[in-house]
Write a protein that binds this ligand. Structure first.
Ligand SMILES: N[C@@H](CCC(=O)N[C@@H](CS)C(=O)NCC(=O)O)C(=O)O
Length: 272
């Protein structure tokens, strides 16, 4: 039996949900309430020492890291393969997962934090907020959270995020230029799936058009992704009206600043 420890409206949990739905697998969901710091409970830390969701357990074995969980799910069931058949295509697919794991994941977290979670944290009782920061063992994660809490969208981590997204959107637009439907030409794969929750989050924050308003290939690809039943089941349907409204309102407030950061980076002609 598959058990998924997760939290609603979390990008990397949506990623695993997309894989479960695409693969037609059955699973049981267990909520780890991040708002109540349940990811720091001693029981949960035994499963996931990094104190993050998601965690998958399968017949007594534990798997962490959403990219690895998605690859694992694809391997345990032959139905609807999400991994292409040739070594080269598989390697190219993993290149996209690497972009998510090495930049976009932190990036979306920092943008979301500067827009939305920061406001939620400001409303938290002081002791709960302190406990949240004190619990973070990883110094880089601590600095990201603390700096972005203090200065919001002016945080250097938000600038790194905007840069990571700009680099990826350039690459997506170029890759799709030969008329292909999916990033790995042969088929819809974990490359498209892995990027989906990140674009969805930007869209819900009303920020996606900052990057794709003039990128026709990317816009069409994004529409294709959103018409897949898995998008509705794993991403849009589970969101509550309140979550959607909060994302839209908070992201809209920082939209001009995000666009400005993007323009400044482009004007600096940074290599990507
Ligand atoms: N690389 C990890 C990242 C996991 C991660 O950062 N999860 C976030 C939710 S999307 C989390 O649990 N955050 C809790 C916190 O930062 O306190 C993965 O892909 O599984």
């Amino acid at each position: 039996m598959l058990h998924l420890y997760e939290y609603p409206n979390s990008v990397c949990c949506q990623k695993v949900n997309l894989a479960l739905v695409e693969k037609n697998l059955k699973w049981e969901s267990i909520t780890v309430n991040l708002g109540k710091n349940e990811h720091y409970s001693s029981d949960y830390l035994k499963l996931n020492p990094k104190a993050v969701v998601p965690t998958l357990t399968h017949d007594g074995s534990t798997i962490i890291e959403s990219t690895l969980i998605c690859e694992y799910l694809d391997e345990i069931s032959k139905e609807n393969k999400l991994t292409p058949g040739t070594p080269l295509a598989r390697t190219l697919m993993r290149g996209w997962s690497k972009a998510v794991d090495e930049g976009l994941h932190d990036g979306v977290a920092d943008i979301s934090f500067s827009a939305m979670f920061r406001e939620r944290m400001k409303r938290m009782p002081e002791n709960r907020r302190r406990q949240r920061f004190d619990n973070i063992g990883d110094p880089k994660r601590y600095d990201r959270g603390k700096t972005t809490f203090e200065v919001g969208v002016r945080s250097p981590f938000v600038k790194y995020a905007v840069y990571a997204f700009e680099a990826t959107f350039r690459k997506i637009e170029k890759e799709l230029n030969d008329g292909r439907d999916w990033l790995i030409k042969e088929q819809y794969s974990l490359a498209d799936l892995g990027l989906t929750p990140y674009l969805a989050r930007l869209e819900y924050l009303n920020l996606l058009e900052v990057w794709i308003y003039d990128r026709k290939n990317t816009k069409n690809w994004w529409q294709r992704i959103k018409t897949r039943p898995s998008y509705r089941k794993a991403v849009s349907n589970p969101l509550t009206k309140d979550e959607i409204e909060e994302m839209d309102a908070s992201g809209s407030k920082i939209k001009n600043q995000i666009a400005l950061i993007k323009d400044e980076l482009q004007a600096g002609k940074l290599s990507m």
